[in-house]
Design a protein around this ligand. Structure first.
Ligand code: AMP
Ligand code: MG
Length: 348
């Protein structure tokens, strides 16, 4: 089965052709990161306009790279939630038009499901069920229990900020370039993770909280620079030496990773039957997180991380998720009733 998949939930315009759920025939991603580096973050209106300019050439390229015509495509899949409203509209309306014109079944896919299914792409071994998935991105921090394909139970979620958002905000405090996560990771390599002790939230269930960690970094930077707590965050970077920035990056990164992994260990206590642990979303690219997980008690289970090129937004993972939805009996979406929603939780 060949699925043409489309992704446009944030600032990447992407299309892919996936064969039988795991084999990539083509994978085209056009990122808007260069546009938004100048602004220090995504501007939704500009993102939507950029998707509009790029989406048809990207789909065309995906079909060309796969060496297939539209007649050899069996289904179309598209991200319909969650994401930026204008960005989602461009992808979903394009997918829906193609589904109607080409008479193909249409599958509307939840973005978080796609990030999880990135772990099935082109890998030698695949996760075994039941499994725990840690979905860590710019908008989500969740632990999900999956007893089987396409079945999800959210067992822990963030009460405030997402962990990726926290990486991005701490990067701003330290004056590092957008996107914040990779900038922090790079700088942390030369820093001391023990230089600045930072707190862990005292939540005794599987929920997360990251807004306190962000504020703790802010206060710690102010204190290290002998500045009052009224000093605005955008002024702080000028007062920090390069070594202090590296030490803050390393201390923050280590603390954020430890918080995530401690919660996964707690989740294993309530769900001891799991066979695999799957990491998903942009923050799963973090090398410190990967190394810490592999040297923690979690390593008794089989750990899965997406290949680096599939940690960010892409359409290959959308095709994988759609394939396993189809295999699980999900019916196609009526293109005339395709719903988009900026924020929704994953459902079965
Ligand atoms: P997503 O929302 O899944 O597209 O992921 C984007 C988020 O992942 C942003 O908040 C990034 O800062 C974060 N991110 C990307 N790479 C890394 C990394 N190496 N370490 C930590 N966070 C990262
Ligand atoms: Mg994403």
């Amino acid at each position: 089965m060949n699925i043409l998949s489309i992704e446009s939930s944030c600032d990447e315009t992407a299309a892919a052709v996936i064969k039988n759920g795991t084999h990539i025939l083509s994978n085209v991603v056009v990122s808007q990161v260069d546009i938004f580096a100048a602004y220090g973050g995504v501007i939704p209106e500009i993102a939507a306009r950029s998707h509009l300019e790029t989406i048809l050439p990207v789909i065309h390229q995906a079909l060309n790279d796969a060496n297939l015509t539209k007649n050899q495509i069996n289904a179309i899949a598209v991200t319909h939630t969650p994401g930026l409203l204008g960005s989602l509209l461009i992808g979903t309306l394009t997918a829906r038009a193609l589904a109607i014109l080409w008479h193909k079944p249409l599958y509307a896919v939840h973005h978080l499901k796609s990030h999880i299914y990135a772990n099935w792409l082109e890998s030698h071994s695949v996760p075994e069920f039941p499994l725990l998935a840690l979905a860590i991105s710019g908008g989500h921090t969740q632990i999900l229990y999956m007893p089987a394909h396409n079945q999800f139970e959210i067992i822990g979620t963030t009460r405030d900020d997402a962990v990726g958002e926290c990486f991005d905000k701490v990067a701003k405090i330290l004056g590092l370039p957008y996107p914040g996560g990779p900038s922090i990771s790079k700088l942390a390599l030369t820093g001391n993770p023990q230089a600045y002790p930072l707190p862990h939230p005292m939540i005794d269930n599987l929920d997360f909280s990251f807004s306190g960690l962000k504020t703790a970094v802010l206060r710690s930077v102010q204190q290290a620079c002998h500045l009052p707590i009224t000093t605005p965050s955008f002024e702080l970077a000028h007062h920090l030496t390069d070594q202090m920035k590296a030490d803050f990056a390393a201390s923050f990164e280590a603390t954020a990773c430890d918080i995530l992994l401690e919660k996964l260990q707690l989740a294993l206590k309530t769900h001891p039957d799991v066979k695999s642990i799957v990491f998903a979303g942009g923050v799963s690219a973090n090398q410190t997180l990967r190394q810490k997980a592999q040297t923690s008690p979690l390593n008794e289970k089989s750990l899965f991380f997406p290949a680096p090129q599939f940690t960010g937004d892409n359409a290959a993972m959308v095709g994988a998720a759609a394939y396993f939805e189809i295999e699980s009996g999900t019916q196609p979406t009526d293109p005339y009733k395709l719903n988009i929603a900026p924020r929704t939780n994953i459902t079965n």
